[in-house]
Design a protein around this ligand. Structure first.
Ligand code: ZN
Length: 471
């Protein structure tokens, strides 16, 4: 028995070394990223470019020998941007740069602006009651909470503005370079309030004018909405599914329409595909099946992940772990970090795994409704997202969600490091019959989310942030 275990550990070590060699001796991931960004384009949710990206990725997975590479189609309400005008009309008359946030409704009105700083609950507490009623609320995109504090996401900030009676919401990037920031307002349905993303330069101008006195703005947004089709890409690795435990690894391949999303998340897409390509070479050593999913429509509300989780609900209790990968190369090679979502028992486990791998990575437990692990977490499946530390010298998402999220920001060596980590984690978890991630009931998960910093949002709006109407 001890002999059999020793043989198995030895085989696992050899498999890991083979996978490391395969990935670090190849530029396949970087070449895939170049094709997706430079040839296919932005892959915005519901667009023709996204469907082309999905078909290309399915073909790539098939070429790598993954089993059953296929598309999973779903319908949703798409959004397309039209022209936008944002103009200060008092105390000066001057146009400012701005773009609409996806799912912003159309509008044309004038109104008074109000500055809410970081748009956190305590920022609103400093204002007189009803100060935001009927106003254009202007907020920094990111928050810098004290250590251990919660930094609200865009959905929470727009939700708070809406709850305080805002008529429109302006979301201001803190990174210089005239980069208007984007990010969707809802998940596949028309938003409740018009919303614009501003570059630092125009947002800070509005903020300075507000220090002198009232500021009036004219906002015109033209948006169009239409039913459209998107596709998740599915493929399988390892032994055939015989009704036992299995793993899911995934990444979203859609991007925002303001750039090609080289970092967010073409990088994660090619990292997952590269990990799968390398694991194919040691497939016999995968103890359980691994389902590879490249999700559509993450940026417009996790629509692909919600669709998949709903379609696969009956199988999810057998899923040992969901390893999602989103923006894993924002920083230097080796700066990956893992966020599990409501599964604190996994923090010491993954920390120990990093030590065993001689490749430590930061792991934390945090309820986040803003990546493709979330629909699985809601279903009680142990899950998390592998990302990376922020780009040094930048706030929040850095280049992400701006027109500057382009190929030149990607370090090909960071793709290799992240792909090697993903492949090794999957090998280890596939072998780990005593993996400590415990499945939760829906009621247990609801309780965890309610107690978290997004609990107020769920209670107020009776839905998760980024939850489509059908999920
Ligand atoms: Zn992303």
């Amino acid at each position: 028995m001890a002999r059999a275990t020793a043989d198995r550990v030895d085989a696992l070590m050899r498999a890991e070394r083979a996978v490391l060699g395969e990935i670090h001796a190849s530029d396949e991931a970087y070449r895939n990223l170049l094709h997706l960004c430079d040839i296919i384009g932005d892959r915005f949710g519901g667009s023709e470019s996204e469907r082309q990206g999905g078909a290309w990725l399915r073909d790539r997975a098939a070429q790598y020998g993954l089993a059953g590479a296929r598309l999973q189609e779903f319908r949703h309400l798409g959004w397309q941007r039209g022209p936008v005008t944002a103009r200060i009309i008092a105390p000066v008359d001057r146009a400012i740069d701005a773009i609409a946030l996806p799912y912003s409704p159309s509008c044309d009105f004038e109104g008074e602006a109000i500055w809410v700083g970081q748009g956190e609950a305590d920022d609103y507490e400093k204002l007189p009651a009803d100060a935001c009623q009927g106003k254009i609320v202007v907020s920094w995109a990111e928050s810098t909470p004290p250590p251990g504090g919660h930094a609200s996401h865009r959905r929470e900030k727009t939700g708070r503005a809406l709850a305080h009676g805002a008529r429109a919401f302006l979301f201001v990037n803190q990174n210089a370079g005239n980069m208007a920031i984007t990010g969707s307002l809802t998940a596949g349905f028309e938003g409740e309030l018009p919303a614009l993303g501003l570059p630092l330069e125009s947002g800070d101008y509005v903020r300075r004018l507000l220090e002198r006195g009232p500021v009036r703005l004219r906002i015109q947004i033209a948006s169009s909405f239409a039913e459209t089709t998107s596709v998740n890409v599915l493929a399988d690795l390892g032994p055939a599914d015989r009704g036992g435990p299995f793993l899911i690894t995934g990444a979203h391949y859609d991007a925002h329409d303001v750039a090609v999303g080289a970092l967010d998340n073409t990088s994660g897409t090619v990292v997952v595909l590269e990990a799968a390509r390398a694991l194919k070479t040691v497939e016999a050593l995968l103890a359980v099946p691994v389902r590879v999913i490249l999700f559509a429509c993450e940026e417009i509300g996790l629509l692909g992940a919600w669709h998949y989780a709903r379609a696969m609900a009956a199988d999810l209790p057998r899923c040992r772990f969901v390893l999602n990968v989103d923006s894993p190369v924002k920083s230097h090679p080796g700066d990956e970090s893992l966020s599990v979502c409501g599964f604190p028992e996994l923090v010491p486990h993954f920390t120990g795994m990093g030590q065993d791998l001689k490749y430590s990575f930061e792991t934390r437990d945090r309820i986040s409704a803003y990546a493709d692990h979330f629909p699985f977490s809601v279903a009680g499946v142990p899950s998390g997202t592998l990302g990376s530390r922020p780009t040094s010298g930048m706030v929040g998402r850095g280049w992400g969600h701006t027109p500057a999220d382009t190929v030149d920001k990607v370090n090909p060596k960071a793709l290799q490091s992240a792909a090697a980590l993903v492949a090794r984690l999957l090998l280890r978890i596939a072998h780990d019959e005593s993996f400590p991630g415990r499945h939760r009931t829906r009621a247990e998960m609801d309780g965890t989310i309610d107690a978290s910093p997004i609990g107020w949002y769920v209670r107020h709006f009776k839905r998760y942030p980024f939850q489509p109407s059908w999920a």
